[in-house]
Design a binder for this molecule. Structure first.
Ligand code: MG
Length: 240
C-alpha cells in the first residue's frame, strides 16, 4: 500500500501506519464534541435552566430538603460525574424519568439556529461526533435547534456509554470504538469541563478546552468559544 502525504513522525526502519484514504494527509481524523456549554455558550441561560430543573426534581420528586439540595447535587456531580448517577445510586431514580424531567425546557427560549457554527463545522474535513453525558433525545433537540444535527456522524450519549460516563476510562474507549478510531492521538475532544479532558488525555486523545481562557487548566488547545475553531486550530483544515 502506498501512502502519500501523511504526517506521522518517521521512524527509521518502519513503514508509516496505514491511514484511510479519506483522511490521507490529515493530522486529525475524528473530532468529538461535548454538547452542553460546548456547542452553545454556557452564558445563554440554558445550562442554568437545566440545573434549576435538576434541583426541582430533587426537591419535588425525591423530597430532598431544600437546604441540602445544592450540597447533595455538588457531591453527586463531583463523585459520580453527573447528578443522575448519584441519584441512581442513592435514590434508585429511573434515568428515563429523570432525563425527560430535567430536559423539559423550551429550547427555543435559549437557543437559535447558528449559521456561523454550521459553516465552520461543515467545512471541517474530519468525522464529527457528539460525545455527551446527556441523553440522545436532549442532544438531538439541541442540535436540531442549532441547525447542525446533520453534520455529525452520530451522538454518543450516556446510554451508549451504558452510564460509564466521562471522565471514566470506559466512556472514551466506547466512544473510540463507536467512531471507529484506531489512533486516539488523531482525535480531539472538545469539552467545557477540565476533568473530562483529563480523562480524554489519559486515553490518548487530544484535548480542547472550550469556554475558558485556560488559566490553570491543561489542554492541547483553548477556545474561548467554539466559534474560534479556525483561529485557534487552523491545522484542522491544513494538509501540511
Ligand atoms: Mg458540557
Amino acid at each position: 500500500m502506498q501512502v502519500i502525504g501523511i504526517h506521522l513522525e518517521p521512524v527509521p526502519g518502519q513503514l508509516p501506519a496505514p491511514v484511510s484514504v479519506y483522511n490521507a494527509g490529515m493530522q486529525f481524523s475524528t473530532l468529538f464534541f461535548d454538547l452542553d456549554a460546548t456547542l452553545y455558550p454556557a452564558s445563554n441561560g440554558l445550562w442554568d435552566e437545566i440545573r434549576e430543573r435538576i434541583y426541582q426534581f430533587m426537591r419535588e420528586e425525591i423530597g430532598i430538603p431544600e437546604a441540602e439540595i445544592t450540597e447533595t447535587r455538588d457531591r453527586y456531580w463531583t463523585t459520580y460525574g453527573t447528578t443522575l448517577e448519584g441519584l441512581r445510586v442513592h435514590h434508585q431514580v429511573n434515568p428515563a424519568d429523570y432525563l425527560a424531567y430535567v430536559h423539559d425546557i423550551p429550547l427555543g427560549d435559549y437557543l437559535q439556529e447558528d449559521r456561523d457554527l454550521r459553516e465552520i463545522l461543515a467545512s471541517l474535513p474530519q468525522n464529527l461526533w457528539v460525545f455527551t453525558n446527556a441523553d440522545r433525545d436532549h442532544a438531538g433537540a439541541v442540535l436540531d435547534t442549532l441547525g447542525i444535527r446533520d453534520l455529525f456522524a452520530g451522538i454518543i450519549d450516556l446510554l451508549a456509554m451504558d452510564f460509564a460516563i466521562k471522565p471514566q476510562p470506559q466512556a472514551y474507549q466506547i466512544a473510540l470504538r463507536i467512531a471507529g478510531v484506531e489512533k486516539p492521538e488523531r482525535s480531539i475532544l472538545f469539552d467545557d469541563l477540565p476533568p473530562n479532558l483529563l480523562g480524554a488525555s489519559s486515553q490518548g486523545l487530544g484535548t480542547a478546552l472550550v469556554g475558558k481562557d485556560g488559566q490553570g487548566e491543561q489542554a492541547d488547545f483553548y477556545l474561548p468559544t467554539i466559534h474560534e475553531l479556525r483561529d485557534k486550530i487552523p491545522q484542522l483544515w491544513s494538509d501540511s
